[in-house]
Design a protein around this ligand. Structure first.
Ligand code: SAH
Length: 411
């Protein structure tokens, strides 16, 4: 087995179980793309085993720590099964018998580094598993991973992969559109999932991420629970998640805003499906308006027209991809939050989010505090949200934490 030796002192992060070894930490050793290597400290101690990536800054992604044995097919397959099994705790609805439970359930079953499978994401939508493989480890072992998923996911109908994520290039992997079917059958054009009171149609070929923002599940519930009697403005609504929860939660009116007409078209269908799904959802039939617009402009229009809202949701796309974009991103976050803060009624609620991993929670709080200062209003933090529990974060890998949600009340 090929051995990689680290520079003196660079073993520390590996001993803390951090899974990434950067090129600058490697003293010697070279291997092929996707090859499993033994990693040694400068003193010769075996630190564990990882997967080699010759073109990436992240030269090795650790798969196991300690003496060994070295990971093989069975090891990787077991790790996938364990990751799925762990969802009995964090996504129990995925394991109900079809007749008793919800066959339309959706959850993340593998969350990359946090589940010991670097660069492997697997989301399940009503039995169809859609993966994203963003490391050479993931790409090299994809057939083993897919087979293990097919064998362990309850009522699995098929396993496919999307390779359209730009970050693959950093690993020397190709980027292409479309679904690659790895096991079972091909998913339909849209898959209907059930989440709480809502029904969502998921486009697993062209939708964002693997098709849907499963990570915001808890935040959607929080917004739904606070919406009663309020006029809600849902900015960057995508396929309508927050607004639909707000409508079911008893909002007096909901306005969904996005620049994408495709996203809005699905949002309208999602509302219809949700209303058709239960009597409770049908009875919460408030007016839902959809607006195709740039949120930065729309908020200014609302300001100029003197409009007010009882609740505003701001869940924009990632403004900062890297630390170097933080300043520009901070201006963007401050701009929309400041505008929204001014549009709130007394006691109005602002549910505001950042999914930029490069921006930590403290920095986001600072931006919100500055926006409140400029808006000349006092705000209370009445809630915080993060990744839903099926998107675990490893304590040894804080880089896996990206989503921050703050729920504020204007006072
Ligand atoms: N809140 C959504 C996810 C938001 S994803 C949910 O819970 O599902 C970000 C969305 O912002 C995308 O749908 C994208 O089309 C939209 N978007 C990006 N820039 C925008 C802009 N300047 N104005 C309006 N929408 C924008």
């Amino acid at each position: 087995m090929t051995e990689i030796t680290l520079r003196s002192g660079r073993e520390k992060s590996v001993l803390r179980r951090h899974p990434w070894i950067f090129s600058g930490a490697v003293a010697s050793g070279i291997a092929g793309l996707g090859e499993i290597v033994r990693v040694r400290s400068a003193k010769g101690e075996t630190l564990g085993y990882g997967c080699f990536s010759p073109d990436s800054q992240i030269r090795v992604r650790m798969i196991s720590f300690g003496e060994g044995p070295a990971p093989d097919e069975k090891f990787i397959s077991n790790r996938v099964r364990e990751s799925v099994e762990r969802r009995r705790l964090t996504a129990p609805w995925m394991f109900s018998e079809p007749e008793a439970g919800c066959p339309q359930g959706a959850a993340r079953l593998v969350n990359a580094e946090a589940d010991g499978l670097p660069g492997v994401v697997a989301d399940c939508y009503a039995g169809w598993v859609v993966c994203q493989f963003t490391s050479t480890f993931a790409e090299s072992w994809k057939s083993v991973i897919a087979e293990a998923l097919a064998g362990s996911v309850p009522n699995c109908k098929g396993v496919s992969a999307r390779s359209d994520v730009e970050v693959r290039r950093k690993e020397g992997l190709s980027v292409s559109d479309g679904l690659e079917i790895l096991s079972g059958s091909e998913p339909p054009e849209v898959i209907e999932i059930a989440e709480g009171p809502a029904r969502f149609l998921v486009d697993v070929r062209k939708g964002h991420k693997t098709g849907f923002y499963l990570d915001q599940r808890d935040a959607r519930a929080a917004v739904g629970a606070l919406a009663k009697g309020r006029e809600v403005l849902n900015c960057f609504c995508y396929t309508g998640g927050f607004g639909i929860y707000a409508a079911v939660g008893g909002a007096s009116k909901v306005t969904q805003v996005d620049v994408s007409s495709d996203a809005l078209a699905l949002a309208a269908r999602n509302l219809e499906r949700t209303r058709g799904a239960s009597a409770a959802a049908a009875s919460a039939a408030c007016e839902v308006e959809q607006v195709e617009a740039d949120v930065f402009k729309y908020l200014r229009e609302c300001r100029d027209r003197g409009r007010k809202f009882g609740m505003i949701v701001l869940d924009p796309p990632k403004f900062a991809e890297t630390k170097s974009q933080l300043d520009k991103a901070a201006r963007g976050y401050k701009d929309i939050n400041l505008l929204a803060m001014k549009l709130l009624d007394k006691d109005g609620i602002l549910a505001t989010f950042s999914c930029s991993g490069a921006m930590d929670a403290e920095f986001f709080d600072t931006i919100l505090a500055e926006a409140a200062q400029d808006a000349r209003r006092g705000f209370q933090v009445v809630g915080r949200t993060g990744h839903a529990a099926d998107h675990p974060v490893s304590l040894a890998f804080p880089e896996g934490r990206y989503l921050k949600g703050v729920i504020l009340r204007a006072i």
